[in-house]
Ligand binder design. Structure first.
Ligand SMILES: *[C@@H]1O[C@H](CO)[C@@H](O)[C@H](O)[C@H]1NC(C)=O
Ligand SMILES: *[C@@H]1O[C@H](CO)[C@@H](O)[C@H](O)[C@H]1NC(C)=O
Ligand SMILES: *[C@@H]1O[C@H](CO)[C@@H](O)[C@H](O)[C@H]1NC(C)=O
Length: 544
């Protein structure tokens, strides 16, 4: 029938408009592309032909491709399957068929119906003429593509059978092999045809964390003001002090700044109080030999002074004439040495010292903000925090606040409020993405929309083997994403999933966004974000 097992297909575009102006046809190219990119190398599209909505024209072209030596394996038509007066493709094709294939029709309708109720407005037919399979697709490029995708994996088998291949040989691998070839991870496949054992290998927690690290895009470095908004941010630079703390020699007690003798002489004696140094900014008179300065805790030492005597070691001798100030004070301490009761310049922080390291987190209570403030930093480089979207999935989920009792099977959404508050508590911006329903189209649309708005999506629900768990197939097939792991060896939380999805950012650059899917079970979903707090137990722990 064909060289090296390559199947021959021809595409018939049925459209009066396109038959007059071929540039108006989009379906032909799109369908060809589906065969090339998703056909597993099994197909060769030999021809795309455009004909008008005319029964005879359609029939003549189809029979030219089915009857005779050079018959093709598959004819796909697109267009003319609606309810308009001019729509005649099914009427043209049906009489040509030697055998009907209602299964293919069913499969296509079921797949489209999951996306749009308008699927009911299509009248597809499918069947076999001589050795060729004929399938009619709708005219809309999107609908035609989806319909073709929904049956593409099964077509090679159908075509081989129609072409007369030994059916016992074809069934050698059994239904198992057929399903495998058909791709049991297809969102449009019913529960009975989806894989019953998860195709994702079980990973250890460590391996899972490694993959997350490997595939999560590096954060952007941005400048940020030093204020409360920094809490929860991680520094992207080593911060060095450009100023010393303290910036001047300061007293650590209330007392008197003195010039301590350096020759071992006694420091005792009665001295005139030349000035007063408070802990307020300003100039202070230099201290001269034989004088002392009254000084308060934290106040700068006057130039010339080299030590501070505590007030407890002194006695007031005389007052000024108005009685308001001290005139003379007696120092009782005998051996006051240089440098006593003084906090030296830079004794807390030296100029040029690294006070915070790249990678350190600015906490609300750890004093990092105070440290930055103490050396006069107005701005620092930080890693931009990802914006995180939180989505619940499942038809059974209702808003936690919905008034009234629950109907049978309904579950209040406790995952989303819990996860949202945990993330907010860690200082991240959260976008509430609501509840997505278990319909392939609805979930895909919600995720696409969310990927435009957030950097990370956390979903709960829809990741185990339940029949409506559409998330993985939607990520892989509809969004072109990669699932890095789908099962992790921990309890609870085994079906935890990590995926990345390529998207274009606002400047048209390709970036990866990250999706974490947590189990729908509320306990598992809540405990996963707390895994650092050792809530999880790996299976290894449990068995050992
Ligand atoms: C197929 O359709 C084209 C365009 O309408 C027509 O010109 C042509 O004759 C048809 N081919 C056959 C084999 O009838
Ligand atoms: C295909 O079917 C038609 C109509 O039934 C028949 O006339 C023709 O001989 C068949 N051709 C081949 C190659 O089987
Ligand atoms: C289902 O998944 C398992 C595990 O990956 C795989 O070995 C098996 O072949 C799959 N079965 C089908 C029918 O796809």
């Amino acid at each position: 029938m064909s060289d090296a097992g390559i199947l021959k297909a021809k595409i018939l575009v049925v459209s009066t408009t396109a038959s007059k102006d071929p540039s108006t046809d989009a379906s032909g190219g799109i369908l060809t592309n589906v065969f090339e990119t998703e056909g597993a190398g099994k197909w060769k599209v030999e021809e795309v032909k455009i004909v008008g909505d005319d029964v005879l024209e359609i029939q003549r072209n189809v029979t030219a491709w089915t009857d005779g030596e050079n018959a093709v394996n598959l004819i796909i038509s697109t267009g003319g399957t609606g309810f308009a007066v001019s729509d005649t493709t099914p009427e043209a094709i049906t009489p040509l068929l030697h055998k009907q294939a209602p299964g293919l029709v069913h499969g296509m309708l079921a797949a489209s119906l999951a996306v749009t109720p308008f699927a009911l407005m299509s009248r597809p037919v499918a069947g076999v003429r001589n050795k060729t399979i004929i399938v009619t697709l709708p005219g809309s490029p999107k609908g035609a593509k989806e319909n073709l995708q929904s049956i593409l994996k099964l077509l090679p088998h159908a075509c081989s059978q129609a072409a007369g291949a030994d059916s016992r040989a074809l069934h050698a691998g059994g239904i198992k092999k057929l399903e495998k070839d058909a791709g049991s991870n297809d969102p449009s496949l019913g529960p009975s045809r989806r894989n019953r054992s998860s195709p994702y290998p079980m990973l250890s927690v460590d391996d899972a964390l490694k993959l997350i690290e490997e595939h999560t895009p590096s954060p952007q470095v941005i400048k940020a003001k030093v204020d409360g908004g920094l809490v929860g941010s991680v520094l992207a630079e080593d911060v060095t002090a450009t100023e010393a703390v303290p910036a001047y020699r300061a007293s650590i007690v209330d007392g008197y700044a003195v010039i301590a003798p350096t020759d071992g002489a006694s420091s005792k004696g009665t001295f005139p109080v030349a000035s007063i140094s408070h802990a307020t900014p300003g100039e202070i008179e230099p201290l001269e030999a034989g004088q002392i300065t009254r000084i308060t805790t934290g106040a700068p030492l006057p130039p010339g002074a080299n030590s501070v005597v505590m007030v407890e070691d002194t006695v007031l001798k005389t007052l000024t004439d108005d009685g308001a100030e001290e005139k003379e004070v007696e120092i009782l301490a005998e051996d006051v040495k240089e440098g006593e009761n003084i906090r030296e310049i830079g004794s807390d922080i030296k100029t040029g010292e690294v006070i915070l390291k790249k990678g350190e987190e600015i906490s609300a209570v750890g004093g990092e903000l105070g440290l930055l403030a103490s050396v006069g930093r107005a701005e620092v480089s930080i890693f931009k925090k990802p914006v995180i979207g939180v989505l619940s999935t499942g038809d059974e989920i209702v808003e936690h606040s919905r008034p009234g009792g629950l109907k049978l099977g309904e579950v209040r959404d406790c995952n989303r409020p819990t996860i949202t508050s945990a993330i907010r508590g860690w200082g991240f911006d959260v976008v509430d993405l609501g509840i997505a329903r278990d319909k392939p189209g609805a979930l895909e649309e919600t995720l696409r929309d969310a990927l435009r708005k957030v950097d990370v999506i956390i979903t709960s629900g829809g990741v185990s083997m339940g029949e409506l768990d559409l998330l993985k197939p939607t990520i892989e097939r509809s969004l072109g994403g990669t699932i890095h792991f789908g099962r992790v060896s921990m309890k609870p939380g085994k079906p935890t999933t990590f995926a990345t999805v390529p998207v274009k950012d606002n400047s048209g650059n390709r970036v990866n966004k990250v999706i974490f899917s947590l189990p729908g079970n509320p306990v598992s979903a809540v405990e996963w974000p707390g895994h650092r707090k050792q809530y999880w137990r790996s299976e290894k722990f449990e068995s050992g």
